[in-house]
Design a protein around this ligand. Sequence first.
Ligand code: R5P
Length: 293
Amino acid sequence: MAATIARELGCDFAGTTVHRFPDGETSLRIAKELGGRDIAIVCALDQPDEKLAALLFAAALCRDLGAASVGLVAPYLAYMRQDMRFNPGESVTARYFAHLLSTNFDWLVTADPHLHRIATLESVYTIPALAVRAAPAIGEWIRHNVENPGLVGPDAESRQWVGEVARLAGAPFLVLEKTRHGDADVSVSSPDFDWLRQCTPVIIDDIASTGKTLETVVRMVDEIGGARPICIVVHALFVNDAFDRLRMAGAARVVSCNTVEHASNEIFLERDLASATWEMFGQMAKRRSAISG
Ligand code: R5P
């Protein structure tokens, strides 16, 4: 992803060598001259806790090697779902994570962050932040690959994605109501959606983690008869056997954007991420010229 974004922008690319010592500590090396350059570190934040130390060290190393600015391109931005204190004494990690990244990076570019109770990235991130929308690429994929689509969103949050994709794909849509009972236990309302029998059902969600949300909707849609549904997700986390379970539940096809590397990646967002990165490089240059007068 980093190499492709660099190619899109005509920028240099450098890999980071990560060495793990036997005691679990980490050492990094970037074998490139970074002095005076604006740097974009590209890191998808699935399994974030495993990556966080190396990521923060990478930002520190870039500054240490003389970078003019250090931004983060996180195609998948973790921790956005822990956006309120659900039980007394519980952490609101979306805010803590935002604070951590905001203090270590100069800017952030991501794709479709899970904005629900937190309405905008700016309300938690104190650095310039840009979110690329996956809807245009998803809409285009549907137009080229699905005949007579009817779109389904599993829950209220999904309306923002499903509504926009429906408009772009020129397809009807409906949004269900989801209740989450536990990490891997959800139920979904079943309104009258018999009209979907005339279409190819396309279920769209931003994140598939345990896959339970999509699995539940696939089974429900299957019950009305008609064509088997297609599932599209932006961020394919698919923990453990979630992907196989979804296929076995009756999904005809499961497709994702490439914000997290996965076998289902068929919708590619590097171009959009590259333009957003370019905009951030521009902002950094402007900030410097404003400071130098
Ligand atoms: C949450 O509201 C998101 O939009 C997704 O619906 C959710 O993250 C999916 O999680 P899972 O795959 O574990 O059901």
